[in-house]
Design a protein around this ligand. Structure first.
Ligand SMILES: [Cu+2]
Length: 134
């Protein structure tokens, strides 16, 4: 085997090692969205989005799968986050957003005021304690 060929093989091996290293780092650093499924049901004549509370941390990427089990379209709105969707009858859709603002954000159906929604609770990330002025 020639010297240059051996050198090429060596380089190819290093490249393979390097790309393997990069591939193993990227998925660990890319933020996985927090996934939740909300289902639209009727309970004794009352339409409800369930579960009625979703809790995430500030800065989280959030993906909500909205499933409409009913025979007519229903809305899904989180005004504070800028989400406004209509889910078709027996259909489903995914909404994605970043939970940028901490606090309690109401969600519900913009099409039917009586349709019960819930709250998205965005919890502030824990920070190191700051020294307070006395
Ligand atoms: Cu509705």
């Amino acid at each position: 085997m020639s010297k240059t060929r051996k050198c090429h093989q060596h380089l190819a091996f290093l490249f393979a090692l390097l790309s393997l290293l990069i591939l193993s780092i990227v998925p660990a650093t890319a933020a996985e969205p927090k996934k939740f499924t909300l289902i639209n049901v009727v309970l004794e004549g009352v339409k409800i989005w369930l579960p009625s509370s979703v809790i995430v941390h500030q800065g989280d990427e959030v993906a909500l799968t909205l499933i409409n089990k009913l025979d007519e379209p229903h809305g899904f709105q989180i005004a504070d986050v800028g989400i406004l969707e209509v889910v078709s009858p027996k259909g489903q859709t995914i909404v994605k957003f970043t939970a940028a603002k901490s606090g309690v954000h109401r969600f519900g159906c913009q099409m039917h005021p009586a349709h019960i929604g819930g709250t998205l609770l965005v919890v502030e990330q824990e920070r190191p304690l700051k020294r307070r002025n006395k």
